[in-house]
Design a protein. Structure first.
Length: 91
């Protein structure tokens, strides 16, 4: 089974409704593609975070590492993977 390391740069709404820049880093089981959605269940965030990829960059290092940009969305239909709070890092 292949795994891919993805780093997603995005803006998320915080509890007060203000957009804040965040970076999410995790390992996924499917090759990331534009329009893929991932749900992050964060213990430090007030609700699950659903991010849709808008851009995927292969670093061309020979390693399965991708840099992505995304945006938070409300639509939960078609989520590729749900990622638990222990399986990702958020900066």
């Amino acid at each position: 089974m292949n795994t891919y390391t993805i780093t997603i740069n995005c803006e998320l709404l915080n509890e007060t409704g203000i957009l804040v820049a965040r970076t999410l880093k995790t390992i996924v089981n499917t090759l990331p593609r534009v329009t893929d959605k991932y749900m992050f269940v964060a213990s430090q965030h007030f609700k699950p975070i659903v991010v849709q990829l808008k851009k995927v960059i292969d670093l061309d290092t020979g390693l399965p590492v991708f840099i992505c940009s995304g945006e938070e969305v409300d639509d939960t239909e078609g989520i590729k993977e749900v990622i638990g709070h222990a399986a990702f890092a958020m900066d």
